[in-house]
Design a binder for this molecule. Sequence first.
Ligand SMILES: Cc1cc2nc3c(=O)[nH]c(=O)nc-3n(C[C@H](O)[C@H](O)[C@H](O)COP(=O)(O)OP(=O)(O)OC[C@H]3O[C@@H](n4cnc5c(N)ncnc54)[C@H](O)[C@@H]3O)c2cc1C
Length: 543
Amino acid sequence: MSTHDYVIVGAGSAGCVLANRLSADPGVRVLLIEAGGSDRKLNIRIPVGFAKQFRTDLDWGYTAEPEPSLIGRSMYLPRGRSLGGSSSMNAMIYMRGNRGDFDGWAENGAPGWSYRDVLPYFKRSEHNERIRDEYHGQGGELNVADPVWTSTLAPLFVESAAGVGIRRTEDFNGAVQDGAGMMQLTQKRGRRWSAADAFLHPVAGRQNLEVRTGARARRVLLESGRAVGVEYEVDGARATARAEREVIASAGAYNSPQLLMLSGIGPADHLREVGIEPVVDNPHVGAHLMDHPLATITYECRDPVSLFDATNPKYLVQYVVSRGKGKLSSNVAEAGAHTRVGAGAPWPDFQILFGAAYYFDNGFRAYPGHAFTCGPSFVRPASEGEVRLRSADPRDPPAVRLGWFQDPAEMRAMIDAVRLSREIAETGPLGSAAIRNLDPGPGVRTDEQVEAWLRAELQHTYHAACTCRMGDEDGGALDPELRVRGVEGLRVSDASSMPRVTSGNTNAPTIMIAERGADLILGRGPLQPDALAAEPEAVTAAG
Ligand SMILES: Cc1cc2nc3c(=O)[nH]c(=O)nc-3n(C[C@H](O)[C@H](O)[C@H](O)COP(=O)(O)OP(=O)(O)OC[C@H]3O[C@@H](n4cnc5c(N)ncnc54)[C@H](O)[C@@H]3O)c2cc1C
């Protein structure tokens, strides 16, 4: 048994930030427990290889329960399992979400998390290599960079999007999110810049910070309604770590609710069903799962300019010799558009991702030639799923039910977004670069055909969130200070804490949640709300 002030479970996007901030005071002893191992792996460091981590020991590799809205398919759910967590596996897009997301959080049970409140925390983490304005930070640990290399196809996507009326943007994270442009990335000199690179490795020498890898938390130890430590397992042997101040779960949107439920915190009936004596009946633990459905529409392209040949050894030589240049630095999803598809959407409800490669079935299906992909990702879904336990055994993967498309309007929006994405891909300069549509193929055109194809082939954008959401007494697993309701000394700070999933990729907002969480845990007053951010949005509709 060891004793610490804070025990953090999970060294992912959030856990690395918390470990850094909480151990900044040399008098505070912090233990960070991570089930995975080292992140010194080529497929982590080299951006283009992110999907090569899938179904390896760097991946939890979960599978969802058969999903009724997807003709009973069981969706593959990758999650990073190494230092950096999913920030060591993701596609590195730096996207905060829309200001309306955070104002919505604040209005719906999470005061203190409005856009004005959270902007200073996004800025505190950030070092933006290019953009120097009031919306961005300089000098933070998280390096945000323009891509070192992009295919010649990516600018064509932006031009074709402009052709269908979507404004160009140089910054999705400024005053206005609407627009089409190149993505900014969490990279530095052409290599991935994960949360571990940014926040953990630079402080590895701190005497008061201990990082245990290969250590899987089994449950939070509770005494008289208070979290006092964590029981974990290393190489089959059990150990306990005592926390004199707090335990913080940062195990991600599937594993944080799992850990709480294994500890007796969750929906009482469900816990009894799997043989766990409930300690705190908290129906919101594991509920409200949200993610972004993603369709991938693929085209064969005319010229040999895609990432098809990126595995050619000459690109590895170039990458090594030129320190991060060339095709291997591509994040695949090089460009994108945030646009409003549904009637009356108050801000963009779709992110259309552009990838200079054939990307289908999470990259498991290959195409023997140069190709590109336009992927509409539904970033304002309403449906919610859930995470539940299969048994009381911590080694059993959680049961994940997506619960998608409960409102027919969601499928309608998805069909319209497929139509818009095809229009972008098949007209203007991108249309001229395409030879033929591969998926869904030219025969799939009517609404009925597109819907059938979507149900058969949709995947997700890897943005699981909200399973331990903040909210008011009746609506949240957590209070607005990330404290688990009904237990002392226990918080959850990660993507699961989001009250509603953001309208974009979820790494940056998760890092922000941990930044603000650290101040809350340390009892510091929040950073001053950002006055500039109170300005109204300049553009109210686009595309
Ligand atoms: C393939 C993929 C692509 C993505 N692309 C993007 C993108 O381009 N941009 C973007 O913004 N977002 C992207 N995301 C999403 C984003 O990376 C995640 O939302 C974010 O990293 C979640 O952070 P987290 O701290 O909640 O969880 P994670 O980063 O997943 O961290 C959880 C950590 O806890 C550890 N853990 C879990 N259970 C236990 C346990 N019982 N004991 C000990 N340790 C445990 C895990 O191993 C992991 O290290 C992507 C995600 C994936 C998987």
